[in-house]
Ligand binder design. Structure first.
Ligand SMILES: Cc1cc2nc3c(=O)[nH]c(=O)nc-3n(C[C@H](O)[C@H](O)[C@H](O)COP(=O)(O)OP(=O)(O)OC[C@H]3O[C@@H](n4cnc5c(N)ncnc54)[C@H](O)[C@@H]3O)c2cc1C
Length: 243
C-alpha cells in the first residue's frame, strides 16, 4: 500500500481484502454511515471463494470454499437467507478418489474400520502434541496407515488449502474423523456457486475497491486500543513481519 498517511482522510475506513469477510465488513461499515475503501491484492472478488468454468465451458464449479454445513455455518446461512439464495444438494459421487501430489492414493471413501483407525490416530496426536507441534510432524510420528496418512493430507489440502506443516496438531487432533469422512457432511452447496453470494454481498458493500493492490503496511495509532496481538506504537508496521 503506497497511500501516504494524509490520504487516509479520504475515507473513514480501509478494509484489507475483498474476500467474504472483507465484503461483509464493508457492508456493515457502509450501513453504519462510514465511507470505505477495500484494497484487494488480487484481481477479483471473493478470495478463497472462487468458481471456475469447466473446460467444456458449460458449467461453473466451486474450486475453493464450497459447502454450507447446516447448523455449523450459522453466519453463512444467515447471509444466504438475507439474499434469498437457495442451497442445492451435492450429488452422491459415483467414484471417490483421494489424490495427493499427483498420486492417486485410494479410489474409495473410508469405511467404518478406516474411520475407527483415523479416530485412534487423531486421539493419539491430540494427546502427544504440544501447542507448537505441527500436524506433519505429529502425523509422521503417529502410527498411521498409508491410507489414513494420505487421506488426512488430501483432506487438509481441501479443507485448509495449506500444507500439513502449517496446521496445529492439537487443533487437527481434536477434529472428529467421522465428520471428515462422512460424505453427507459436505452436502449443501450454494445454487449458482459461491459467486452468487459474493456478488450479492458486493452489491451492497458500498465501497470503492482497488484491485491488484496489496497492503504491505498498516499504521498503528498510539491512541487506538490494541485490537490485535501487535503492540500499539508509532510508525508503519510491516504486515509480513510480525514482531
Ligand atoms: C480448497 C478450499 C476448500 C474450502 N472448502 C470450504 C467449504 O466447503 N466450506 C467452508 O465453509 N469453507 C471452505 N473453505 C474455507 C473458506 O473458503 C474460507 O474460510 C473463506 O473463504 C475465508 O474468507 P475470508 O474473507 O476470511 O478470507 P479470504 O477468502 O482468504 O479473503 C482474503 C482476501 O484478502 C486478500 N488479501 C490478503 N492479504 C492482503 C493484503 N495484504 N493486501 C490486500 N489484499 C489482501 C486476498 O487476496 C483475499 O481476496 C475452503 C477453502 C479452500 C481453499
Amino acid at each position: 500500500m503506497n497511500a501516504s498517511p494524509t490520504k487516509q482522510s479520504e475515507v473513514d475506513v480501509v478494509v484489507i481484502g475483498a474476500g467474504l469477510a472483507g465484503l461483509i465488513a464493508s457492508r456493515q461499515l457502509t450501513e453504519a454511515g462510514k465511507t470505505v475503501l477495500i484494497l484487494e491484492a488480487r484481481d477479483g472478488l471473493g478470495g478463497r471463494l472462487y468458481a471456475r468454468c469447466l473446460q467444456d465451458r458449460s458449467v461453473y464449479v466451486d474450486f475453493g470454499g464450497t459447502w454450507i454445513i447446516p447448523g455449523e455455518h450459522a453466519h453463512a446461512e444467515a447471509e444466504l437467507d438475507r439474499y434469498g439464495i437457495d442451497r442445492v444438494r451435492t450429488p452422491d459421487p459415483d467414484t471417490f478418489a483421494t489424490r495427493v501430489e499427483g498420486r492417486v492414493s485410494a479410489r474409495r471413501s473410508l469405511d467404518e474400520a478406516d474411520i475407527a483407525d483415523a479416530s485412534a490416530v487423531l486421539a493419539q496426536i491430540a494427546a502427544d502434541s504440544t501447542a507448537k507441534t505441527d500436524f506433519a510432524e505429529a502425523l509422521a510420528s503417529a502410527n498411521a496407515s498409508p491410507l489414513i496418512a494420505d487421506w488426512m493430507q488430501a483432506l487438509n489440502r481441501f479443507l485448509n488449502g495449506c500444507e500439513l506443516s502449517d496446521v496445529s496438531a492439537r487443533v487437527m487432533g481434536t477434529y472428529p474423523a467421522e465428520a471428515w469422512a462422512d460424505p453427507d457432511h459436505y452436502s449443501d452447496q450454494i445454487t449458482g456457486t459461491t459467486q452468487t453470494l459474493v456478488n450479492a454481498v458486493a452489491s451492497e458493500a458500498g465501497a470503492r475497491i482497488r484491485f491488484n493492490t496489496e497492503a504491505t503496511f498498516v499504521h498503528v495509532d498510539d491512541a487506538a486500543p490494541a485490537a490485535s496481538p501487535w503492540e500499539p506504537g508509532p510508525g508503519w508496521r510491516s504486515m509480513r513481519e510480525p514482531p
